[in-house]
Design a protein around this ligand. Structure first.
Ligand code: GDP
Length: 483
């Protein structure tokens, strides 16, 4: 049902800028806007930009020269009448324009209300509304691309065929019960099981993409650890430098930790440069070391930096032992421009023996070494030079391989990035598992229907509801009932 009131908001970010846009949406949008503008043809023309003056109502004094664009329902963002007034980006002008709209009967829009209206008016579904927010919040181009695919409806497109099969199955079973006397062909158990299995398999693959999708959406943190002077800060800067344009600085959480974010393979990666984890000399240093250790533990993955121009030291070994149990780990053999003082055999034995962070199947470090026997996990060790940048590309690739082993799953358009979607699909899968059991046990159709409706409901919460009429439509279009 269309909303009654007309809403208004400044659509551009706070602060000064080249332009600032005020957006009105609702049945009175054109009338309210027209009252504040000196229009060349005395009325707003739709689907075209009009240059005109924004005038003070009492004195008719010109306040700004603006460009007005007007969209008639339903061909607008909200599917209502929409007017966008592009002013110069002066906050006083924008605020005054909004104030005047409010005086004339508009209401200040709540955050996200324009998109909510687009949803309520049926122009977009829930997944698309959620994608608008993700697109606005994207920090890397890759994130934006994934959100844009979802804005086009990629999540719904992926789910709809399964919903259709589910609705058809429900319709057949309902028809079998409700129209038992009529000549209705009821699905056989094999057909029922096959349909359930097909949906289960596809939804199972789709839901798995969340492992990668979550990382794409939320990013990862990587702690850089190593003895003093091995080149941690230099590597940190190297890793950040490659994507300067989209690097965002975030203040360090403590005096001892510096953290900055960059895009690695389209994934926002927050690098945490630790103060150095070693045996503390005094109380003050102990606190610093504890903080660093906490940050290292909390990070999604860890990069141990080793100075390969120095012999392998006890301190390196102790650090490695501390890091091993914490999870995903990789090693930079830094200062590769200098003669190596850790022999290849030692590197092999240190990083390929014993318990390590990454199972061999997920180990995609660019290395030429022979495959490691299966019970032994490897830690990817990548030679790097922070002075020349040699090996940095390989290091980034190795970071990605450790961080997101499931990177190839699905591609941009087949990704779930939203926890809500993931949980609802899991719920649906749970109900489908019950439905399969029920069908295998040849239970009464009415019981089986309960599980199928339980499987359909969560999918409805993602893409929009299936009404009784949808089920009836299928019944009456598929069967010749009541002819
Ligand atoms: P941190 O204490 O581990 O953060 O180490 P820094 O990044 O401050 O580096 C310590 C010293 O090593 C500095 O003089 C760097 O210029 C130098 N350094 C860092 N990386 C390399 C490298 O790959 N090769 C060489 N030759 N020197 C490096």
């Amino acid at each position: 049902m269309p909303a009654e009131d007309t809403i208004v908001a400044i659509a551009t970010p706070p602060g000064r800028g080249g332009i600032g846009v005020v957006r009105l949406s609702g049945s009175r949008a054109l009338e309210i806007a027209a009252g504040l503008l000196k229009l060349p043809h005395s009325r707003l023309e739709t689907q075209r930009a009009t240059v005109c003056d924004f005038v003070e109502p009492e004195s008719q004094r010109v306040l700004d020269q603006v460009v007005v664009t007007c969209f008639r329902a339903p061909h607008s963002y909200t599917a209502e009448d929409v007017v966008e007034i592009s002013c110069h980006g002066a906050p006083v002008i924008l605020n005054y324009l909004v104030e005047l709209c409010l005086e004339r009967g508009a209401r200040a829009a709540e955050p996200g209300e324009l998109t909510l209206r687009a949803f309520l008016n049926g122009r977009i579904d829930l997944t698309q509304a959620e994608a608008v927010r993700d697109l606005i919040e994207s920090r890397t181009l890759y994130q934006a691309r994934v959100a844009a695919e979802q804005l086009e409806g990629s999540v719904s497109a992926r789910l709809k065929p399964h919903k259709k099969v589910l609705v058809e199955l429900i319709a057949k079973l309902e028809a079998g019960i409700d129209f038992a006397e009529d000549d209705v062909s009821v699905a056989g158990w094999d057909e029922i099981l096959q349909s359930i299995e097909k949906i289960r398999a596809d939804l199972g693959i789709f839901v798995q993409s969340y492992t990668y999708g979550r990382i794409v959406r939320e990013g990862l943190s990587l702690a850089i650890v190593g003895r003093p002077n091995v080149g941690k800060s230099s590597l940190f800067n190297c890793l950040l430098n490659e994507d300067r344009a989209i690097v965002t600085a975030t203040p360090g959480t403590t005096r001892d930790l510096v953290s900055e974010s960059a895009s690695v393979g389209g994934i926002p990666l927050r690098f945490v440069d630790t103060a150095g984890i070693r045996d503390a000399l005094d109380e003050a240093e102990k606190i610093g070391v504890q903080k660093s250790m906490q940050a290292v533990t909390d990070s999604d993955l860890r990069l141990l930096v080793i100075d390969s121009s120095q012999p392998w030291s006890d301190e390196d070994a102790r650090l490695l032992d501390k890091l091993r149990p914490l999870g995903a780990l990789l090693v930079a053999l830094n200062k590769s421009d200098l003669p190596r003082r850790i022999p290849e055999g030692v590197i092999e034995s240190i990083f390929s023996v014993g318990k390590a962070a990454v199972p061999p199947s997920e180990d995609r470090a660019p290395s030429s070494e022979s495959p490691v026997p299966s019970p032994v996990w490897r830690i990817p060790a990548v030679p790097s030079c922070a002075l020349t940048g040699a090996g940095i590309h390989e290091l980034r690739e190795a970071i990605l391989a450790v961080a997101v082993p499931a990177r190839d799953l699905g591609g941009e358009s087949g990704l779930i990035t939203n926890l809500r979607h993931q949980q609802l699909i899991q719920e649906s899968l749970g109900a489908l598992a019950k439905a399969r059991e029920a069908a295998s046990a040849h239970v009464h159709h009415e019981m089986l229907l309960l599980d199928l409706y339980d499987a359909l409901r969560p999918l409805d919460q993602i893409t929009g509801a299936t009404g009784v009429e949808d089920v009836l439509d299928v019944i009456f279009s598929t069967f010749c009932v009541g002819k």
